[in-house]
Design a protein around this ligand. Structure first.
Ligand SMILES: Nc1ncnc2c1ncn2[C@@H]1O[C@H](COP(=O)(O)OP(=O)(O)OP(=O)(O)O)[C@@H](O)[C@H]1O
Length: 338
């Protein structure tokens, strides 16, 4: 069954042109000039129920605008979309009962209320039966470990605590499809991992379709099976995440802080390049197709004492640039998607 079916979706905005110079600015106050800005330029996409899909693109590529159209918040300028068989901008209220949305930059919880109260309100909005609601709430509180926070006003929760509550709240009415727009933004590594695990668990156990945008390659690697990359409002890559990993996410940055570190390593393992090499800190670029993180550690351990180490993925912008430059051979948009 298809959860999503999108064909030729376009969204243009009218934007006021800002002229230069004082006189021109005053004139534009009286007679503003408008230009058309294309945010989404004909997206074509299909997703099966139960898929975990990463929807990627550089800043301004049109991801959020697409999500807003698919959740019925925005009307498209042209094109078609069906979400769970419904046209989102025409059947927004009915669709709201069957989808969930989490926006990392915007809280869905009432800021001054404790999550327990928001959960209550949501249960009424989604018209959940009392016994069913209580069972579901308790299950989510247990799985998301929300017990200690349920009675604390949201404004007093840390970002990580709040995000766990946000995501649990989005699952309250058992949505068939969950849109997640940057759900791990600003969180530390441990909280990010926990959040990914919880979303993956709901996908596994309840078959929830996941549609995720993120600038964090680890979100995609650990949570999604399929990656769709858009650029300038159109799909330029659509393939399993495995392929993205094999062909694009092949470079890791390892930072090492050394305790004594007086001696410099003379020879690095093949596939490892020193981007920075100082007496107390090294930044290494590791090509994971030819070297492993263990190779890096083996080269340093016994040579100098390691005080701290971090491993980073390439920035999403680099991943997308590689896709754009044709390093990865995903299916082009015209050939279909699933
Ligand atoms: N209401 C609006 N009015 C005018 N232009 C808009 C509006 N909303 C979005 N845009 C423009 O449309 C383009 C796509 O924006 P969108 O927010 O969808 O990108 P995005 O891929 O989500 O970016 P980011 O990763 O930075 O969140 C951008 O150039 C943006 O400035």
């Amino acid at each position: 069954m298809l959860a999503l079916e999108v064909e030729g979706l376009v969204k243009t905005f009218l934007v006021k042109r800002k002229p230069e110079g004082f006189k021109a600015s005053v004139r534009s106050l009286l007679r503003p000039e408008w230009t058309e800005k294309t945010a989404v330029a004909g997206i074509r996409l299909k997703a099966e129920a139960g898929e975990t899909l990463a929807f990627l693109g550089p800043n301004g590529a049109g991801k959020s605008t697409t999500i807003k159209m698919l959740t019925g918040i925005l009307h498209p300028s042209s094109g078609h979309a069906r979400v769970l068989g419904m046209v989102p901008w025409k059947e927004r209220a009915a669709l709201a009962f069957r989808i969930g949305a989490v926006f990392g930059q915007k809280s869905q919880l009432w800021y001054h209320l404790p999550p327990a109260d928001t959960f209550e309100l949501l249960s009424r909005m989604y018209e959940l039966g009392r016994a069913d609601y209580l069972r579901r709430r308790d299950e989510l509180v247990e799985r998301f470990e929300l017990g200690p926070y349920m009675q604390t006003p949201v404004r007093k929760l840390s970002l990580g605590e709040r995000m766990r509550c946000e995501i649990a709240a989005a699952f309250l009415h058992r949505p068939e499809l969950l849109f997640l727009d940057e759900p791990t933004i600003g969180l530390d590594v441990i909280v990010k991992r926990r959040i990914r695990e919880l979303i993956a668990e709901r996908n596994r156990e309840e078959g929830t379709t996941v549609f995720l945008t993120s600038h964090d390659p680890s979100d995609i690697e650990q949570l999604c099976r399929r990656a769709v990359v858009i650029h300038h409002g159109t799909v330029i890559f659509d393939a399993p995440v495995e392929r993205l990993k094999r062909e694009v996410l092949t470079c890791k940055t390892v930072r090492l802080k050394l305790r004594d570190g007086a001696r410099l390593l003379e020879k690095l393992p093949g596939g490892v390049r020193a981007a920075e090499a100082g007496p107390s800190a090294w930044r290494l670029s590791v090509d994971t197709t030819t070297a492993s993180i263990e190779d890096v550690l083996a080269a340093f351990v016994g040579h100098c004492a390691i005080e701290d180490m971090t491993i980073e993925d390439p920035p999403m912008e680099d991943v997308i640039r590689a896709v754009y430059e044709g390093k990865a051979g995903g299916r082009p948009a015209e050939e279909g998607t699933v």
